[in-house]
Design a protein around this ligand. Structure first.
Ligand code: NIG
Ligand code: ZN
Length: 411
């Protein structure tokens, strides 16, 4: 395999946090090497240091990046990537004031995408997802968590889970596959949600063949904390790791439940309370925050990121890419929204999208930082420093993307 050298770079390493995510005062520690060089071979990072500190192998392909910013590959830890169709019809309804959750209660929203995916072939789901994955890569994303949840029956959930598998096989991208059979109550189970909970539990053994994580949309009018707990406890028995859509629209105690279950992350958290944050901090549950969703749903509520930092809850950021609440794949835009609405610094948003995101999907031993022995997942941004990414918003700054030590995208 070709040896790759990137030199004359402003390298953000995020080094020193493979054992645990950045939190509290250490959140945003970039570990910058100015005028740096890194060497990758056999898919891994061999060396990282100052220019001239070590010899450049003669047989290496050398990229002089002329002072550009080099960071760990971005990790998007909450997406609904594997789906077919779109819901632009709801956009106007929402602008006119119809609440997102009311659209769902009337059979639209997630249920509309369920309808579209039940009708779609596996091929259609795969092709659309691949196109969207390529767009993610173009923004610097090298690892993606991808949920099912637009089937709510085994046949369609399987089409999505198979799509995750195929995306992983046909690209170099790591796809962290999540089973979200409990994403909504299907219309035919509207009057008997408990029966649907049983159906989801029945799907778990087959789903485990395709997915690492199990997730539930714990929300008023969707799955209660009791139902969520029941599903996730069963999931754990089958060997799943767990995550939770928690405290998004109303407070339900989702954060507490995530902590109690030892979840790797609790996601959304717009309405999380003090106790929920304290329990998450104690159990080391990563808060995956989704500012694009607050923005796109025009809520005036954003997750209390500053209280989380104060309480030492580790924070990751994600796109929540999906056809309804947040149809964007762009992590650079999400970083801008996180700076402006959570008052995170640009450095914190980058830590949240790399090392902390890697922890939230249980992969920090392999990815999330530029350190010797880690996977060669690296992005070159056409930027002089980290601040420039969220500051100059609405465009893409990606210059080139390396995955497992190979160039996979360039401007
Ligand atoms: N909140 C629940 N689920 C998704 C939205 C999915 C959709 O609107 O299609 C989310 O994470 O935002
Ligand atoms: Zn989601």
């Amino acid at each position: 395999m070709e040896k790759i050298v990137i030199k004359n770079a402003n390298i953000v390493t995020m080094a020193g946090f493979s054992h645990g995510p950045q939190k509290g005062k250490e959140f945003g520690e970039l570990g910058v090497i100015e005028g740096g060089t890194l060497i990758m071979s056999n898919g891994k990072i061999d060396k990282v240091g100052k220019d001239g500190e070590f010899e450049i192998p003669e047989d290496a392909k050398v990229y002089d990046v002329e002072g550009r910013l080099v960071t760990p590959g971005l990790v998007d830890p909450h997406t609904h990537l594997a789906h077919y169709g779109s819901r632009e019809n709801e956009y106007t309804w929402r602008i006119e004031g119809m609440p997102y959750i009311d659209i769902l209660k009337n059979g639209g929203g997630i249920l509309e995408t369920v309808r579209q995916n039940r009708l779609a072939t596996e091929e259609q789901i795969f092709e659309q997802s691949m196109e969207n994955l390529k767009r993610m890569i173009s923004f610097g994303v090298t690892t993606v968590e991808s949920k099912s949840g637009y089937g709510l029956d085994w046949e369609t959930e399987l089409k999505q889970l198979k799509t995750n598998k195929k995306l992983q096989e046909e690209t170099d991208i790591d796809i962290v596959s999540t089973f979200l059979g409990a994403h909504a109550i299907p219309t035919d189970f509207k009057n008997n949600p408990e029966e649907f909970v049983e159906k989801v539990i029945e799907m778990l053994p087959q789903a485990k063949e395709y997915a690492t994580y199990c997730d539930v949309f714990c929300e008023e009018g969707v799955f209660t904390p009791e139902q969520s707990e029941r599903i996730l406890l069963e999931a754990k028995k089958h060997g799943f790791k767990v995550k939770l859509h928690a405290d998004e629209i109303v407070p339900t105690g989702g954060a507490q439940l995530a902590a109690k279950l030892g979840a790797d992350s609790a996601d959304h958290l717009l309405c999380v309370d003090e106790e929920g944050m304290e329990m998450m901090a104690k159990e080391g549950v990563v808060a995956v925050l989704l500012p694009g969703t607050s923005f796109n749903l025009m809520t005036d509520k954003y997750a209390p990121a500053q209280s989380m930092i104060e309480k030492e809850v580790p924070i990751a950021l994600a796109s929540d890419f999906n056809p309804g609440s947040c149809p964007t794949e762009n992590p650079q835009l999400i970083m801008t929204l996180a700076c402006l609405n959570y008052k995170l610094t640009p450095a914190q948003t980058l830590a949240a999208y790399t090392i902390n995101a890697a922890h939230s999907v249980g992969m920090a031993d392999k990815i999330g930082s530029i350190e010797e022995g880690k996977q060669g997942d690296v992005v070159v941004f056409d930027c002089p420093n980290v601040d420039y990414i969220p500051y100059r918003f609405g465009i893409s700054h990606t210059y080139s993307v390396f995955k497992k030590g190979k160039l996979i995208w360039e401007k």
